[in-house]
Design a protein around this ligand. Structure first.
Ligand code: XUL
Length: 543
């Protein structure tokens, strides 16, 4: 009976899942989550982000992440009730794009961690940059423009790397660090992603980056899954020597280092490469064959779908990443996910129950009242200067604003994923807000397909644990097919949430109006007023 451990370090917290495999019997035997703000208040984070003056900047603390990892390892060792001797492999999932900058003492420190001391006490001297820029940062427009120019334009960047150079991507962030602190950059021996940094802490040595997370850096040649010399050159000097190597997702980095075995009694289990949360979620939602797509409603809202070949988005809103299966995946990402839902909830003094009641009390189409929920700078479509736009929507009307924010999010997800060309047969819903069936009803109605939440809500974490199992089998020479890896673990809940009859034409029309409102707000199209008017005439106004 083997146990596999998966971690997920998200924006706001760290989660862990343990799965047990006993022949055909598969079960989740442990789940736990830690919230950064409340469990580690001394870092002063707000929803996992360090205090900031510039709304375009978003950093977190690599020390906080290390402390959280240690706390969770301790919980697994002392509170989970698991027989540690049965833990065969550990893997992880991490928020994508964030970067950690280590000096030349780091390798020795990691290799020789003293089991008598806490981890953070020993790591204090290994960073050349105290903070880690994270995926919510959108302060690198200049660097994106410079990299894009050097690589021959936006389409050329997308063809080469699978995406345009997005502000949150690691390459532009590295360039910004080099420009603002050239001496710090020179002192940097290794630049890790959040994923490879955490894998390195577990293995006690430099872990590689795998192609799922590596694709989110604007540095990887997506077709070859290798660092692109041209992209490295366009980003910062001598970058090739500072990046860990790229390696397959199922790479075993080494064994859990003596720090973990001696301090907490773990066995010398395989420490497997970590990946990004979206690639891990692809596995944890069971998207290992064509058919379903997945939507994650978390701090960010994302839509992912498996892809056989790296086909890029002509509108350049979406991204192609490597998939942990060795194939590819398409992704669209929205920054105004849970954050926007919470802002609306809080602005109208509601809790989640009241939020749900508001959804039930309002009509699909919201009487033609629309919101563009850009509370924070948005990724899709790119909005540098935030500001919520309302069309025919009274800002004081709580229920109408609740419906407007959820409909907007679902329509934006559907509209901006069209380039993937997938006709989804079913949507697997995951992330915190997937527990809310009223939100999922809007998802089903707007997308016109059945929606199934999953029994394990944190699919990125489950995906990480399943990747640990797959990698352990692989190193023993067994090539476990991916459908066998997910079978029995990825269990869509029944009954599915079905699109209500008659809503398809309404949302088909409203999605066009929504696209027109986006174009208008971005200065690319006329006022959608007449379209909204026509919609209201056809479908009625009011609740
Ligand atoms: C994906 C993205 C976010 C983060 C959130 O490109 O930026 O989904 O991975 O953790």
């Amino acid at each position: 009976m083997a146990v596999y451990l998966g971690f997920d370090l998200g924006t706001q917290g760290l989660a862990a899942v343990a799965v047990e495999v006993d022949g055909p019997r598969r079960r989740v035997v442990f789940e736990r989550a830690l919230d950064f703000d409340t469990a580690f208040p001394r870092y002063g984070t707000d929803h996992g982000v360090l205090p900031r003056e510039d709304p375009l900047v978003a950093d977190s603390s690599p020390l906080l992440w290390a402390e959280a990892l240690e706390r969770m390892m301790q919980i697994v060792a002392t509170e989970s009730g698991l027989d540690l001797a049965r833990v065969r492999a550990v893997a992880g999932s991490a928020q994508q794009h964030g970067s950690v900058y280590l000096n030349r003492t780091a390798a020795e420190t990691l290799a020789g961690l003293d089991p008598a001391q806490p981890l953070v006490a020993q790591l204090a001297g290994v960073f050349t940059r105290k903070v880690a820029p994270i995926w919510m940062d959108s302060s690198t427009a200049h660097q994106c423009a410079a990299i894009t120019r050097a690589l021959g334009g936006v389409e050329a960047v997308a063809r080469l790397t699978g995406s345009r150079a997005f502000e949150r991507f690691t390459g532009p962030q590295i360039r910004k660090f080099f420009e603002h602190d050239p001496a710090g950059y020179r002192r940097t021996e290794t630049i890790h992603l959040v994923s490879s940094y955490l894998a390195s802490l577990l293995a006690g040595k430099r872990a590689p980056i795998e192609p799922g997370d590596g694709a989110g850096m604007a540095l990887m040649d997506i077709a070859r899954k290798a660092w692109s010399p041209a992209a490295l050159e366009a980003t910062a000097p001598e970058l090739a020597g500072k990046l860990p190597p790229l390696a397959d997702s199922w790479t075993v980095v080494g064994e859990l280092s003596p720090y973990w075995t001696r301090r907490y009694g773990f066995p010398a289990a395989a420490a497997v490469a970590w990946s990004g949360d979206n690639p891990c979620s692809l596995v944890g939602t069971g998207l290992v064959a064509d058919g379903p797509i997945a939507i994650s409603l978390g701090t960010s809202d994302t839509l992912v779908a498996p892809m056989a070949e790296p086909r890029t988005d002509p509108s350049l809103d979406g991204s192609v990443f490597g998939a942990p299966t060795g194939s590819y995946m398409g992704l669209v990402c929205f920054k105004n996910g849970s954050l926007a839902r919470e802002r609306v909830r809080d602005a109208h003094g509601m809790n989640w129950d009241a939020f749900s009641r508001a959804l039930r009390a309002t009509r699909p189409g919201n009487g033609g009242a629309l919101m563009l929920p850009w509370f924070e700078p948005e990724i899709t479509p790119p909005v540098a200067y935030p500001g919520v736009r309302r069309y025919g929507l009274d800002a004081a009307d709580g229920p109408a604003n609740v419906r407007a924010v959820v409909e907007a999010q679902m329509m934006a997800l559907a509209n901006h994923a069209q380039w993937m060309g997938v006709r989804a047969k079913e949507i697997r819903a995951t992330g915190g807000a997937a527990a809310n069936r009223d939100i999922l009803q809007v998802m089903a109605d707007v997308h016109g397909v059945e929606v199934r939440p999953l029994e394990v809500g944190n699919s990125a974490c489950l995906g990480a644990a399943l990747r640990a199992w797959h990698a352990d089998e692989w190193r023993s020479g067994r090539r476990l097919p991916w459908p066998d890896v997910v079978a029995g673990f990825v269990v869509p809940e029944e009954p599915a949430i079905r699109p209500a009859a008659g809503r398809a034409p309404l949302y088909a029309e409203l999605r066009e109006v929504y696209a027109a409102a986006e174009a208008h707000a971005l200065g690319r199209g006329p006022d959608p007023g007449p379209l909204l008017e026509a919609f209201r005439r056809k479908y009625g106004t009011g609740r």
